[in-house]
Design a protein around this ligand. Sequence first.
Ligand code: UDP
Length: 500
Amino acid sequence: MGADQHIVMLPFMAHGHLIPFLALARQIQERSGFKITIANTPLNVQYLRSTISKTSTNSNIHLAELSFSSTQHGLPPNTENTENISLSEMSKFFHASSSLEAPLRQLVSDITNQEGRPPLCIISDVFFGWAVNVANSLGTKIISFTTCGAYGTMAYVSLWLNLPHRSTDSDEFHVPGFPENHRFHRSLLHKFLNDADGTDVWSKYFQPQILLSIKSDGWLCNTVEEIEPLGLEILRKYIGVPVWTIGPLLPPSALKKSSSSDSSISIHGAGKEPGMAAEKIVKWLDLQEEYSVVYISFGSQNTISETPTMALARGLEASGKPFIWVIRPPLGFDINGEFKAEWLPEGFEERMKESKRGLLVRNWAPQLEILSHKSVGVFLSHCGWNSVLESLSQGVPIIGWPMAAEQSYNSKMLMEEMGVNVELTRRVESVISWMEVKKVIEMVMNREGKGKEMKKKAAEISEKIRRAKTEEGEEQGSSVFALDEFLRTTSSTKRQFSFR
Ligand code: UDP
């Protein structure tokens, strides 16, 4: 495996994809010394550049701008990331992303001309099945990278391809590829999927893209062999190409054993400015008891409605537990606008501040730093896969509030397969009562019963995750092995890959 190889990477334009792609680029680079070029639209390249410059020196990771004009697709100017898009315009954005095909083709051709041979491979987001055509026509290999877990990916792939809920009136149904006795409930489906019939805008995007991605030379999956046995077994069987489990794509410092607070994890998603300095948050966490804090965040782009915002605040206050809550304006308001006091119970923020009971962090928090602190006891999360891995890697159990994408399948798997999650509710527009919030928090944070069991299971998973990333010697972890195996197989001249 020569170190003079070049890999081109193409993430989907969302923070939940850019962050693990960048982490993957770093790990490939460290392991192989290969040159990496991450290609994306200009504003996302800007974000990646600022993240890279804050966190590394001497990197052989390069960035390439692919031209993209959102207005040409009927989107507002400078719309290049899902974080700026309303749900009603999301399908337009997905379809518009296919216009990156021509600039990607140009980039790969330019690299081929400059270097006298095509890049070793393109690692493209699983959402960009069209990259398979680019790679095939330019004589390079193509690997699809799913930033989701194996179970969530399998559910998303099979649900979109088969639309099994269309052939039954029942609320519960079987999803092809899953074991016969495994049932999905209709309420797990996002409205877009529930309404899909194969002719709608979403089916028209996902079905061809998934079918193309299945034709790639192999898949990389941001998970760990030992924590998702079912998901991996069925995904491999269903798509029929190798699946290398190279997760979790977290900074190595996040996987070090540490029994105290660790403020060295200052790297993840660093291109975005947090609403409160990490040092201030860590200082506050240092004052709290071990496993006592509830951390609440709904990922990089979600928010909840006004009424549940109130209920969540009341439930948190009534629970008596300390908390850190990443707040954004509720649904229907400008998500990047100012957060107004009227969206919370009267005097809430002042009361929490005076009593040092809670921290409200506006818009963006240093999530991994928070989760890695020993004071954090539970994560109230939308179950985005990065958040799930970040939480489990630190042994923190989850209270689920899945909202979109594959989050509800993740939440189901976390409950049924892993036993580390209690779902508070489902869907972005969901209505909850403060009493329910209080009850669930108390149950999960209880040091006896269900809470104790969840904590124990989360700690076991955290250990498996750490082991999977062990680098050298006889004890080499499964994720390190899989990454090496992927690099070895891809570097070999044959296009036929073998399974692990
Ligand atoms: N994130 C963060 N601070 C925030 C919100 C999100 O650092 O305030 C990071 C989080 O650590 C994770 C990513 O953004 O790495 C969100 O990805 P995830 O898959 O959890 O959810 P998505 O945003 O894709 O829905």
